[in-house]
Design a protein around this ligand. Structure first.
Ligand code: AMP
Length: 150
């Protein structure tokens, strides 16, 4: 994590704070929902990024997208998990951040989302920024300014 003294909303870049893509759980457009649900359940995350077969970022899929897709006309139909793909139910309209955006921009987006995906010019996923990371920086800065250690 970026050291607290160097953190400034107007100058710290998203790339300095993000969780790198190689540490981010992801699924692919063509994965069956069963696989996505397994990833979400095993990691404990509510949503994860989705990429296509070329590694380009396409959106996110959440547990609630999957649960909604399991509802048939009258009951939950578990077989839908095998018959439907991530691309059928994922959310493609999500904001993204660029590698070189400042954290002030991330702040605005993180008000509505608990994580935001960071992409490069080729739309490849470079990492994610979470609300938790930003809150931790604010907390550490607050105590640092007061001369207290936490
Ligand atoms: P957190 O603030 O750490 O609880 O993370 C908030 C949300 O960000 C999680 O529910 C996930 O949707 C996403 N997230 C955080 N870390 C990761 C990760 N390493 N891989 C994929 N998604 C993540």
């Amino acid at each position: 994590m970026l050291d607290t003294e160097s953190f400034h909303l107007e100058t710290t870049l998203v790339k300095e704070m993000m969780i790198d893509a190689d540490k981010v759980a992801q699924v692919q457009l063509s994965n069956p929902l069963e696989h996505a649900l397994l990833v979400l359940t095993k990691t404990g995350y509510n949503a994860v990024p989705v990429s296509n077969f070329e590694g380009k970022f396409e959106g996110i899929i959440s547990k609630s997208n999957i649960v909604e897709a399991m509802f048939g006309l009258e009951q939950i139909e578990v077989e839908r998990l095998q018959n439907h793909l991530v691309e059928d139910v994922m959310n493609k309209k999500v904001p993204t951040l660029q590698y070189d955006d400042i954290m002030e921009k991330a702040l605005h987006t993180l008000i509505d989302y608990n994580f935001v995906c960071v992409v490069n010019d080729e739309e490849e996923l470079m990492g994610i920024i979470t609300r938790r990371q930003l809150l931790k920086q604010f907390r550490n800065k607050y105590y640092l300014d007061q001369g207290k250690n936490i």
